[in-house]
Structure formats: C-alpha cells, structure tokens
Design a protein around this ligand. Structure first.
Ligand SMILES: NC(=O)c1ccc[n+]([C@@H]2O[C@H](COP(=O)([O-])OP(=O)(O)OC[C@H]3O[C@@H](n4cnc5c(N)ncnc54)[C@H](O)[C@@H]3O)[C@@H](O)[C@H]2O)c1
Length: 329
C-alpha cells in the first residue's frame, strides 16, 4: 500500500520546535515539513537551513494556515500561546499535536475542552493531542508493562525527580504548569490511576535560581488506588539534567535512571550498572520518546486512532490536579 505523504507545519523554532523539525524531516518516513511559523526570522531560517528544507517560513501560525495546505501542525511555541493556537486549529479543523501544557489556567483549559468536545462531535475524531511524550518513552513503557504483569505485586510508593538545568524566565507558578505537569500526567498514565490529592512543599530556594523564584518544589500526593507519590521539581539544577523515578512494589523496586536505564531490584539481587554523563537538557534522554510520539501522531493523521496519545481531556485533568495547589502558591 502506498503511504499518503503527510504535509506537516511546525510552530516555534526553539529547543522543542527544532527537535520536532529534525524528527519529522529526518526520522519519520512519509512526512514533509511544509511550513515553519516562528516570529524570529533568524532562528527560523537557521533551522530550515540546518535540515536543508526549502519550505516557506511564517511569522505566525495564522499566516501559515492561511498560506499552505496542511494535514497537521506541531505546536512548540511558549506555553502562553498554546490556548490561542489550539483554538485556531480547532476553528480551521486542522489536527495538532501541541506541546504541554494544554493551557496555563484551568479556565482556559475548560474552555478548550468544551471546544474540543464540540469538534469531536462534528469531525468524529479528536483534532488535538498533547505532547506528554513520556507516555512514549521506551523505559517508562517497560515499567508500565512490569506493573501490568503483576510480577512484583502492586505498586506502593513512587519517588520521582524532574530537575532541569535552567529554565530562563520561568515564574514560580510555572514550576507547576510547565514542569510538574509532566509528573502529574506520567503518573496517571503509568499507574492507570487518578490523583486523589496533591500538596506542594516549598523549601529553601536554591541560590542557583534567580532571586524570588520558589525553586525547588516537592509534590506529595496520592492516587485513588492508594499509591503514595513524592516528586521533586527543580527549574535550575546546577549539576546536569536529571530525571528519574523509582517505584516500590510489594516484591521489588524498579528504577528508571537518568539515561533511561531500567534497574529491577528483586530477590535480594541488585544488578550493577556503569557510570554515565549527565546531559544539559531533556532532548537526548527523551529523543526516542519524541520520535515515537510523532510516529503515533502521524498515524492518527492517516486515520488510525491512538489510545496512548494524550488528549485535551488529559491536559485538562492535569490542570485540574495542579489547581488543587496553585491557589496556595
Ligand atoms: N514535552 C517536553 O518534553 C517539553 C520539553 C521542553 C519544553 N516543552 C514545551 O515546548 C514548548 C516550547 O518550549 P521550548 O523549550 O522549545 O521553548 P523555546 O523558548 O526554546 O522556543 C519557543 C520558540 O517559539 C517562538 N515563538 C514565540 N511566540 C511564538 C508564536 N506566537 N508563534 C510561534 N512561535 C513563537 C519563540 O521565538 C521561540 O523560538 C513549551 O510549551 C514547553 O512547555 C515540552
């Protein structure tokens, strides 16, 4: 069967947009990047040149939608533009994979959920998916399979860390909506469970962070099925990008280390693993997750529904959970 060549536009030429342009144009067959919307012309041209792409560049998503015909859009602009970009795609009935978060406020999230619901009724399939790519991370998929197998018993406790090296311009409340939101969605997906409560602990701010920023924060909470979760979130972490989690089961422990190395400790045995270097950001650690997510998303453009891609409802659920604590921030 001949694969339909997909025409995809990308919004944003920063860290994530650069990754998406690379993966779509170099890693995923059957996809052509036909437009790049990015207000910074130098960045835009440099990215197109890097991958030898001859497609046009635009200042905005709206201009790109007005000019080129697209099968789908990947949105990787800053968080504050997501809501308006999603509305625009919904109004034009263009499928989009939007980076997290769905929106920065619960009110915006609820409005988008209603609009997405309406378009689902009209179009018959979800038009918007969200870039919670940890759902496609092979090590985390392996952990989800271990949970599902029941071989170690039930999960009792999860301890996780997301520590970015730097997060220029981030505000205290955005440690929740920009970073912690990954943990909120990942735990729902990984444990097939729902959060039942969430509290945020605020300790001494690190001197590595700009003055006035509450960094780090620690999430403590639990799920409907009784799993206790503790997750620390750093926006500015001097020693290197560090994302990890450890799940304690009734009959063992499973750790996902900083390079996605999965260690299973059971039966009084702890496997050895070699030392490795830490990266500057998430791109190397999650490369395969981003590619797998885009493969799954492009398949939805060809008509194959996905049960793993995060939906607007997942994005809304994450905002609802974070809203339990954001009023205290
Ligand atoms: N899934 C993940 O692992 C992950 C990781 C990092 C960031 N993100 C998300 O990806 C998005 C982009 O993050 P980033 O790190 O690439 O940021 P970035 O600042 O590196 O890049 C954002 C780019 O968008 C451009 N831009 C600004 N306004 C725009 C607009 N209206 N339309 C189009 N482009 C616009 C900026 O000029 C900039 O080049 C954010 O929403 C962030 O939360 C997701």
């Amino acid at each position: 069967m001949v694969e339909i060549e997909l025409r995809v536009g990308v919004v944003g030429a920063g860290v994530m947009g650069s990754g998406h342009v690379e993966y779509l144009s170099q890693d995923i067959p059957g996809v052509t990047v036909v437009g790049l919307a990015e207000p910074n012309e130098d960045l835009r041209n440099a990215l197109l040149q890097r991958w030898n792409l001859s497609c046009p560049g635009f200042d905005s998503l709206e201009e790109m939608l007005d000019t080129v015909s697209l099968d789908g859009v990947v949105i990787a602009s800053p968080d504050r533009f997501h809501a308006e970009s999603i509305k625009l795609c919904l109004s034009r009935k263009i499928p989009a994979l939007c980076e997290k978060p769905l929106a920065q406020s619960l009110d915006d999230g609820e409005e988008l959920s209603q609009l997405a619901q309406k378009s689902l009724t009209e179009v018959g399939k979800p038009l918007i998916h969200l870039g919670f790519m940890r759902r496609f991370d092979p090590p985390l998929v392996e952990v989800k399979n271990i949970i599902g197998s029941g071989e170690l018993g039930q999960v009792l406790y999860v301890n996780a860390s997301t520590r970015n090296v730097s997060s220029p311009g981030i505000k205290s409340e955005e440690l929740l909506t920009n970073i912690a939101i990954h943990e909120v969605d990942t735990m729902r997906w990984l444990l097939s469970d729902e959060w039942s409560d969430l509290t945020v602990l605020k300790g001494r701010p690190t001197s590595v962070a700009p003055d006035g920023l509450q960094d780090p924060i620690v999430l403590t909470g639990g799920t409907v099925n009784g799993v206790v979760i503790v997750a620390d979130i750093f926006a500015n972490n001097s020693y290197g990008y560090d994302v990890r989690c450890e799940l304690t089961f009734e009959r063992g422990v499973v750790r996902v280390g900083i390079w996605g190395d999965v260690t299973v400790v059971r039966d009084h045995q702890h496997p050895a693993h070699p030392p490795f270097a830490l990266g500057e950001n998430w791109m190397a650690r999650f490369r395969q997750a981003y590619v797998n997510e885009l493969v799954e998303w492009t398949e939805t453009l060809r008509g194959k529904p996905s049960s793993d891609l995060a939906t607007v409802e997942d994005g809304l659920r994450a905002l609802q959970v974070l809203d339990w604590v954001s009023s205290e921030s």
